[in-house]
Write a protein that binds this ligand. Structure first.
Ligand SMILES: *[C@@H]1O[C@H](CO)[C@@H](O)[C@H](O)[C@H]1NC(C)=O
Ligand SMILES: *[C@@H]1O[C@H](CO)[C@@H](O)[C@H](O)[C@H]1NC(C)=O
Ligand SMILES: *[C@@H]1O[C@H](CO)[C@@H](O)[C@H](O)[C@H]1NC(C)=O
Length: 246
């Protein structure tokens, strides 16, 4: 009996010690708070402390420095949406079979909300790109990833500055056939929802049916990201045309 009580005490003591040790390994409070620009969104941010919320912790595990982003704080108002989002984007980021450079192209090209709308509401097609030109070229979170996956600076500039649906022959040459097909495909999804047969079939020459499903899912997911971040003004950036991390 006494021995059992002693063991229980010992277990409790060890558990407490372990919790303390674990606590000290967590990021310092100020690091946990430092994320993005910390500008308000249209909803309050929800940032559960580490170890208090399994969904937030799962998202944290996927983020650099184990720190939630403003995007996550907005998502966590609806925890099951945040959980589903995290699962979807884990697959999109880590488990596709389309080429990495094409995945980054879909991301880079369809994350830009002003891309289509500004162009439609303003007579000149160069307007959105004039806006982009004011922004530091390297600001988008995914631009360095795009480079890692093999996109060149010239290709990134084509992706950044060519108005939707207006790839020139020179642009196509810089991108190569499969990436040029992917740009036309993303532009159709982002601009008008409807993808003409010609555009679909041109990309399907390079991808299997499984990969076409992945391609649609990737372009569609990043269109979702831009709708989400812009409609909720996440990190006060609804007027920026910079890709947002997911
Ligand atoms: C981690 O934090 C350091 C220091 O604040 C920062 O320089 C670095 O960019 C962060 N890494 C990621 C992946 O966010
Ligand atoms: C997804 O990719 C990650 C990273 O490569 C890998 O660890 C994981 O096992 C993959 N998941 C599935 C279900 O294939
Ligand atoms: C188009 O955008 C430019 C630059 O933002 C602006 O000066 C101009 O007034 C706009 N034109 C129309 C028709 O909205």
């Amino acid at each position: 009996m006494a021995r059992n009580t002693l063991s229980l005490l010992l277990v409790a003591l060890l558990t407490a010690l372990f919790a303390v040790a674990r606590g000290s390994a967590l990021p310092a409070a100020e690091n946990v708070q430092r994320r993005d620009e910390n500008l308000p969104a249209r909803v309050p941010y929800v940032f559960p402390a580490p170890g208090t919320d399994t969904i937030a912790d799962a998202i944290r595990a996927r983020r650099g420095n184990g720190t939630l982003l403003a995007l996550d704080g907005a998502l966590l108002n609806a925890p099951l949406v945040a959980q589903g989002w995290n699962q979807l984007f884990t697959v999109i980021r880590e488990n596709l079979t389309i080429p990495g450079e094409m995945r980054e192209l879909f991301d880079y090209r369809s994350s830009e909300p002003q891309h289509s709308t500004r162009r439609r509401t303003n007579g000149t097609s160069l307007v959105p790109h004039a806006l982009h030109a004011d922004l530091p070229f390297t600001r988008g979170q995914h631009e360095p990833v795009g480079r890692t996956e093999g996109l060149t600076t010239r290709q990134l500039r084509v992706l950044r500055f060519t108005p939707a649906g207006e790839l020139s022959l020179a642009d196509q040459k810089i991108l190569g056939n499969s990436l040029a097909a992917a740009v036309a495909f993303t532009d159709a999804i982002t601009e008008s929802v409807r993808v003409p047969d010609r555009v679909y079939n041109n990309l399907a020459r390079f991808l299997s049916p499984k990969q076409m499903v992945e391609a649609v899912s990737t372009a569609g997911s990043y269109a979702f990201v831009s709708r989400f971040t812009v409609a909720l003004n996440v990190d006060g950036r609804m007027n920026e045309a910079v890709p947002v991390p997911v």
